[in-house]
Design a binder for this molecule. Structure first.
Ligand code: BV8
Ligand code: ZN
Length: 248
């Protein structure tokens, strides 16, 4: 992999990445919390990475939920309430346009906020589940509770079991087949766009090392930055719209 050219959002590099997307048959976008940052959704490891002084790793685990389900539910209910007030941003909308213009496009997201789907993305692989889905800890029933205010300890209508957020916690396996599908798409991709992720969480981050050309979009350097083909140092909302193929 040639050494990446890192610039402060050099227009010539953006143009090169845009040309790669415009001439690609198969594109995969791997997104993280940074793609939703300009919608006002706090990222995990940036300034907003702590919730009431607690780290994500203390809350997004089965052990935390077993120990204090009410605390974990208040963490997720606070985030759900926040998500009810935000909108997709230009980066989400640009990815919808890229999906429309590229012959074979796949969006693999680590995010659980469903802002990609609200923007109109169709081929979305949710690697870490979705915050509006809930699952019964006892009978396993799942349901979509988008827009609802849930009680402090929501119970299953069918069996009375304790419901849990339908997200993948640390130490839990990703939904069967979803990662494998994303991995196969990334391996076959002409371009993998890695947008707004600190590339610290696995196995999702491993997708960013596949694909013929990898373009990172992030205002900060990440462990990936030294390995990608092109690292564009800037905000998703500013750069991703410039990667949309211009229809002739
Ligand atoms: C697994 C859902 C197999 C919940 C999340 C010990 C035991 C078991 C596993 C492990 C272990 N040790 C390590 C592991 C693996 C572990 C892992 O990777 N740990 C890391 C922390 C070291 N992974 C797992 O456990 C995974 N499962 O391995 O299963 C297994 C099973 C059993 C036993 C063994 C193995 C499951 C991981 C999924 C965890 N769930 N989310 C929830 O959301 O509450 S992960 C969480 O982090 C979010 O999903 C988030 O998306 C993800 C990654 O974070 P980012 O999206 O990158 O966000 P972050 O804040 O970090 O960064 C934001 C970036 O945006 C920054 O770079 C910033 O610069 C940039 N940015 C800011 N503004 C902008 C911007 N970019 C662009 N534009 C802007 N405007
Ligand atoms: Zn149940």
């Amino acid at each position: 992999m040639p050494t990446p050219e890192v610039r402060n959002v050099d227009p010539a590099l953006i143009a090169r990445a845009a040309d790669w997307v415009a001439t690609a048959e198969r594109v995969v976008a791997l997104t993280g919390a940074g793609v939703s940052a300009e919608s006002g959704v706090p990222t995990f490891r940036g300034a907003g990475g702590f919730w009431r002084g607690r780290d994500l790793m203390e809350l997004a685990t089965p052990a935390a939920f077993a120990r204090d389900p009410e605390l974990v539910w208040s963490f997720y209910n606070d985030r759900r309430a926040k998500l009810a007030t935000v909108e997709p941003n230009p980066a989400h909308r640009a990815l919808v346009e890229i999906e429309r213009r590229v012959p074979h496009f796949t969006l693999a997201t680590q995010n659980v906020d469903r802002l990609h789907q609200r923007a109109g993305s169709r081929r979305v692989l949710e690697l870490h589940g979705a915050i509006d889905e809930v699952r019964c800890s006892d009978c396993g029933r799942t349901s979509n509770r988008a827009g609802e205010t849930l009680p402090a300890l929501p119970r299953c209508d069918a069996c009375g079991g304790l419901l849990r957020p339908g997200v993948v916690w640390f130490g839990e396996s990703l939904p069967t087949g979803v990662f494998e599908q994303a991995e196969a798409e990334a391996r076959a991709a002409d371009v993998v766009l890695v947008i707004g992720t600190s590339a610290l969480v696995y196995p999702a981050a491993s997708l960013a090392r596949l694909g013929r050309r990898v373009v990172e979009v992030n205002p900060d350097a990440t462990p990936l930055s030294s390995e990608v083909t092109l690292s564009l140092r800037g905000k998703a909302g500013e750069i991703v719209p410039q990667l949309v193929p211009r229809t002739p």
